[in-house]
Design a protein around this ligand. Structure first.
Ligand code: PLP
Length: 386
């Protein structure tokens, strides 16, 4: 009989031929010195901070390596409660619920809020976890052009009917482009028809706004965003996802978000590290100031080299190069000069917009940024400027 998985190897070869094959990298195995990381999401440089490691070790010793069950069974600890209280206090919200990842926060929350017959209006560049969450909800999904608030308003007006739930879902900071949503304008459009506003602030949390509270606070509309989704895996330096919002909303999610109800509780060491990370993100504001200053310096330097790069809204700075092959070649040329800058290709971004996606962090000095700029100039001279 034919091999039922016989199609896989040729499909992988097809990816290779199109410049779209991805391969795992194993940090720590590259020749010393390790490359300068300009692609991670460790914006505040907390993931390797010894204080987070110590908090993780302490939590493991006290509570164990694994939670052993879901929160609603026997997996919850006082540490999980403390994390949720710390999140609510940080974001200035009534309550918080922790998930095992940001991905699970979206895929659990959206289907708990809308279902068949309801409508989600979703920005075309939203993260894959929002896209998948919309599909799981089985609600009607209106995908609107990126950043087009008029299209959001039109879709909401066209879809509004008595008794129908309406949801606007949007990234706070767009992870591949680095721009921010216009949240006050989206809230205006949503309020006209009574739609719920959900913002996934994975890349704004800890980085933007007073006290690093994120994009909604930076734009002065935290009290108009009903569902604030975040991750503990980026600026906070640990792992996990969360939603902050009204007490009744959070209580509903505890009952009806399937990725909360049917998922083992986050491991105590990770929760301990996240709690420590939140404390440090708040206590050491220099971290977000440094990460943002590095992003501004990098973007200004790329623009000075003649590239079409806008001033960054957060710590993500994309440099579009067009084809996947050019992006991969440029990334390899940078790697040879000691810089880790990943090539982002379809399906993460639309065809024709392959790019080098730079991110900055609190670990980067101005001298690091200047060295990176010089390396980019050399790399693009070699592979061909976009
Ligand atoms: C916008 C956005 N939302 C959600 C996620 C998922 O978060 P997590 O890595 O915690 O699953 C990511 C990236 O990982 C993201 O970029």
């Amino acid at each position: 009989v034919a091999d039922p998985l016989g199609w896989v190897a040729p499909a992988l070869e097809g990816l290779e031929a199109d410049g779209l094959r991805r391969r795992l990298r194993h940090r720590g195995e590259e020749p010393a010195p390790a490359p300068l990381d300009l692609s991670g999401n460790d914006y505040l440089a907390l993931s390797r901070d010894p204080r987070l490691a110590a908090a993780a070790a302490g939590a493991a010793a006290r509570w164990g390596a694994g939670a052993g069950a879901s929160r609603l069974v026997t997996g919850g600890t006082a540490l999980h409660r403390d994390l949720e209280e710390a999140l609510a206090a940080w974001k200035g919200a009534e309550a918080a619920i922790a998930f095992s990842s940001g991905y699970l926060a979206n895929t659990g929350t959206i289907p708990a809020l809308v279902g068949p017959g309801d409508l989600v209006v979703s920005d075309a560049w939203n993260h894959a976890s929002i896209v998948d969450a919309c599909r799981l909800s089985r609600a009607e999904v209106a995908v609107v052009p990126h950043g087009d608030v008029d299209a959001v308003r039109a879709a909401l007006r066209a879809g509004a009917r008595p008794g129908r739930r309406l949801l606007v879902a949007v990234d706070g900071v767009f992870s591949m482009d680095g721009d921010t949503a216009d949240l006050p304008a989206l809230c205006d459009a949503a309020e006209e028809v009574g739609a719920v506003v959900l913002v996934d602030d994975a890349h704004g949390g800890g980085v933007l706004g007073p006290d690093g509270r994120g994009t909604p606070a930076a734009q002065g509309c935290a009290d108009r965003v009903h569902v604030h989704v975040g991750t503990l895996s980026k600026a906070v330096g640990a792992a996990g996802g969360f939603v902050v919002g009204r007490g009744d909303l959070v209580e509903w999610l505890r009952n009806r978000a399937r990725t909360f109800v049917f998922d083992t509780a986050p491991p105590p060491p990770v929760v301990g590290a996240a709690l420590a990370g939140i404390g440090l993100a708040r206590a050491e504001p220099w971290r977000r100031e440094r990460a943002l200053a590095a992003a501004r310096r990098l973007a200004a330097g790329l623009a000075a080299l003649g590239h079409d790069v806008a001033p960054p809204a957060a710590c993500v700075v994309p440099l579009l190069v067009g084809s996947p092959g050019t992006a991969v070649a440029a990334s390899a040329a940078l790697e040879a000069q000691g810089l880790r800058v990943v090539a982002i290709r379809p399906p993460s971004v639309p065809p024709g917009t392959s790019r080098l996606r730079f991110t900055t962090s609190a670990a980067l000095s101005d001298a690091d940024v200047d060295a990176a700029l010089a390396a980019v100039g050399r790399a693009l001279d070699r592979v061909g400027r976009p």
